[in-house]
Design a protein around this ligand. Structure first.
Ligand code: BG6
Length: 505
């Protein structure tokens, strides 16, 4: 496959954590695999003052610490492609100096005008930087493409997202804007498409006639770590559900696209967002649960509560756990509940989609076997794979049935390395492939859908914020969300020996 066109990769927010941990190591992985263009350079941009060499040496340490592919010889060669310019983000003059540096760099490295601008800055700058770039013509594509990559969060609510959308579209066209949702870069999320649309056996069952409900979980065992300041203004609903988990739900629920063209796939995803049944303000209390982790002791170690975390308001009402029930009003999914839950300081790290199939119409082997036990578990991470649960006869007399697992682990494809989400997304953005990026309408629809929840959680004092001890599965109340009283969420950790998911805490 042909590599991307020669270009310069400009990273705003270059002294930040994301650049160190994800972006530069991902670019290095692409370099090692010869997936970068022949002529290529990286320009780091941020407020801090560094010389090119100082920045190179800090990126070298970052690669050594966070690299996913080992090739020590190549590190030195790679960092020679890195440059640095300091900027004041709201000062038009410094953008002129950046432009001058880019012109010189293009001449020196013999690279044309193609340029990617990656915004890995605080979200408050997402409107400001593209406007300054446009003011000096750096959005102009006459002599080479210009692309803008924007990290999440895209807006804080419906109003701010709409304002940002309008601001960006004033100077940049939709096909120049790549909104990162790193979940879409995950191999296993893409594999959802392949599992569904390359196998004749699943698709006929993938609808309201056979599916009882769909459950999507993204649990993390870590707390807010050093991001308390950001997280306290966000909370779990905005941080994980508005973007990552609604995207996963959309890929789980979408119709088959007519082709693999970005537009064909994105249109089907958008249709799901447009079919989300609005949650009425009066239903927020019954269809959502929020929680906040409390101090606890895990393996004799004291874990502090959320309100004690650095950067968090001691009276904070931001949720670190969120669960919602919702419906997709279309022919395929009419009446099938979808459940999403996410939280920090839960017992383990796991992201999975579970398709719960309906029970058989007649319970022939009722004894000791729950007939609704057919589940297809798509494990997004860790231990990426697919697990099918079904009933088998226990050998011996009679017809006793037990649930068994048919389990595929990606690790069995030992020769295949799973690239990081950023590696995939950065590569696609270089090639101009927008399939795995969120389109503005999707983002706006997602905010629209969650607006009543955000509003009610903020204003309705009758909606409880439950405390849950760190290391547990969130508020017990969350089980009440599941419509069928016989059923609960899946608790992967309680089934350690059953499906082999490792429980970290
Ligand atoms: C980020 C959130 O977008 O996703 C974090 O801001 C969260 O709070 C992270 O920890 C989870 O990503 P992953 O890839 O580790 O599941």
């Amino acid at each position: 496959m042909k590599n991307a066109d020669n270009h310069i990769y400009v990273i705003f927010g270059a002294s930040g954590d994301l650049t160190k941990r994800k972006l530069v190591p991902a670019l290095y992985s692409l370099f090692v695999q010869n997936l970068l263009p022949e002529r290529f350079a990286i320009m780091g941009v941020s407020r801090s003052q560094f010389s090119d060499n100082e920045f190179r040496s800090s990126m070298k340490s970052a690669i050594e610490e966070f690299k996913e592919i080992d090739n020590t010889i190549k590190i030195e060669e790679f960092v020679q492609k890195i440059y640095y310019t300091s900027i004041k983000f709201d000062d038009a003059l410094t953008y002129q100096s950046l432009n001058q540096r880019l012109i010189k760099l293009r001449e020196k490295e013999n690279i044309g005008e193609n340029t990617i601008f990656y915004l890995s800055t605080p979200p408050s700058l997402y409107g400001i930087i593209p406007e300054h770039l446009a003011d000096i013509g750096l959005n102009n594509q006459d002599k080479g493409w210009k692309r803008l990559i924007i990290e999440k969060p895209f807006g804080y609510d419906l109003e701010s997202a709409t304002t940002l959308k309008t601001l960006l579209l004033k100077h940049w066209s939709e096909d120049q804007i790549f909104r990162i949702d790193h979940y879409l870069g995950k191999e296993t999320v893409q594999n959802l498409l392949v599992t569904r649309f390359s196998n004749g056996i699943f698709e006929p069952l993938w609808n309201r006639n056979y599916v009882h409900h769909v459950e999507i979980t993204s649990a993390e065992s870590i707390g807010v770590e050093k991001r308390g300041g950001y997280y306290d203004t966000s909370g779990a609903l905005r941080d994980m559900i508005q973007n990552h988990l609604l995207q996963v739900a959309a890929i789980t629920a979408m119709e088959s696209p007519s082709s693999l063209e970005p537009m064909a796939i994105r249109n089907e995803i958008l249709k799901v967002f447009q079919s989300l049944r609005p949650i009425r303000a009066e239903d927020v209390k019954t269809n959502t649960i929020r929680g906040q982790y409390l101090e606890s002791t895990i393996k004799k170690e004291k874990i502090i509560g959320y309100r004690e975390e650095e950067g968090v308001n001691p009276n904070s009402i931001s949720e670190t756990y969120a669960a919602i029930k919702f419906y997709i009003d279309n022919w395929r999914w009419g009446g099938v509940p979808f459940y999403i839950r996410t939280g920090k300081r839960l017992p383990t790290r796991v992201t999975e989609v579970v398709i719960h199939f309906k029970a058989t119409p007649h319970f022939l082997f009722a004894k000791g076997f729950n007939n609704s036990n057919n589940q297809l578990v798509i494990r997004i991470q860790p231990d990426e794979g697919i697990l099918l649960k079904f009933g088998m006869k226990i050998p011996g007399t009679g017809f006793e049935v037990q649930t068994v697992n048919m389990d595929f682990h990606y690790s069995e494809l030992a020769h295949q390395r799973i690239p990081s989400a950023y590696e995939r997304l950065i590569y696609d953005s270089m090639k101009g492939d927008s399939t795995l990026f969120a389109r503005s309408e999707e983002v706006i629809e997602a905010w629209k859908f969650l607006s009543p929840v955000i509003e009610s959680w903020k204003n309705d004092k009758d909606i409880p914020l439950y405390g849950y001890p760190a290391g547990t599965w969130g508020p017990d109340k969350a089980d009440d969300l599941i419509e069928d009283k016989e059923l609960t969420w899946r608790y992967p950790c309680k089934n350690l020996s059953d499906d082999g998911i490792y429980c970290e805490l």
